[in-house]
Design a protein around this ligand. Structure first.
Ligand SMILES: C[S@@+](CC[C@H](N)C(=O)[O-])C[C@H]1O[C@@H](n2cnc3c(N)ncnc32)[C@H](O)[C@@H]1O
Length: 257
């Protein structure tokens, strides 16, 4: 993907892509697409998106949506009155794959690349249907460019579990955030796990097929990460969301400077 310079600066915004065939798209989120109808994804956040986003007041805010996928959070924040920069991998970048010794790395990367193409298509399809003004920057979470400029709030929705170094991932977006960082994520299994500070390492040597997820981070640890990074005033809330395999409890931490 070639990047273009922002008219006003140097942020590497991706040129909007026209996607005409919905069959070329993957939708991570169940979405009512204006003019097209309902598409089904892995997560249906429609009924409880405000809780997912920590009931944050987005009106008038500049927002960075890290790991935007098919854009449900981006378009929700935009509808709530925010200007949004979406951030995600493109097929040209590599997912932070768990390097299982038994994994065919080349085939896995190729699969992931095809998936990202369809995911990016889903984003642009919804972007056009919503007449969105959000802009997309492609890159790995470790390389969020400072040229995006300051934002009021950075959102990390269910992305930290997918990266080997979640602290570095947070640090990269948090440095752009003037006011707050929002982290929504999947807790370690069970109440006790959720109450602890230790992360749960997800990869299992016997299951090389599970290679796209690294951690279950408890909210206490996420709060400590964010406090270290200068966001000590944190509130954690819990909410239930519809997942394709059944409802799940998730948490959201809203941490402020
Ligand atoms: C589980 S989805 C979450 C989507 C959305 N943020 C939400 O909360 O519903 C994870 C997203 O993070 C992106 N992602 C995963 N690893 C990444 C990385 N290393 N760098 C940048 N984005 C990444 C994926 O492409 C995907 O869009």
């Amino acid at each position: 993907m070639t990047a273009t310079d922002d008219q006003a600066g140097t942020a590497p915004y991706a040129p909007p892509r026209e996607v005409t065939d919905i069959a070329d798209c993957y939708f991570y989120h169940t979405t009512d697409i204006p003019g097209h109808g309902l598409v089904h994804g892995e997560w249906d956040l429609r009924g409880n998106i405000d809780a997912y986003l920590g009931n944050f007041e987005f009106r008038g805010k500049r927002v960075l949506d890290v790991g935007a996928a098919s854009g449900f959070l981006t378009f929700s924040a935009e509808k709530a009155g925010a200007e949004v920069v979406s951030y995600d991998l493109s097929p040209a970048q590599r997912w932070d794959i768990v390097p299982h010794a038994k994994l065919d790395r080349a085939a896995t990367d190729a699969d992931r690349s095809r998936h990202l193409q369809r995911l990016n298509n889903g984003y642009w399809f919804c972007h056009a249907a919503n007449r969105s003004k959000a802009r997309l920057v492609h890159g790995a979470v470790y390389d969020i460019p400072a040229s995006i400029g300051p934002v009021d709030v950075a959102i990390y929705g269910s992305i930290l579990l997918h990266v080997r170094d979640p602290f570095l991932a947070l640090e990269n977006g948090a440095r752009l955030a003037r006011e707050a960082v929002i982290v929504a994520d999947v807790p370690p299994l069970g109440l006790l796990g959720a109450m602890m500070r230790a992360p749960r390492f997800q990869p299992e040597s016997a299951k090389p097929s599970l290679h796209d997820t690294w951690w279950n981070l408890p909210p206490r640890l996420v709060r400590e990460y964010l406090a270290v990074l200068g966001f000590p005033k944190a509130v954690t809330t819990w909410h239930r969301q519809k997942f394709i395999q059944g409802d799940k409890w998730l948490y959201t931490v809203v941490a402020r400077r």
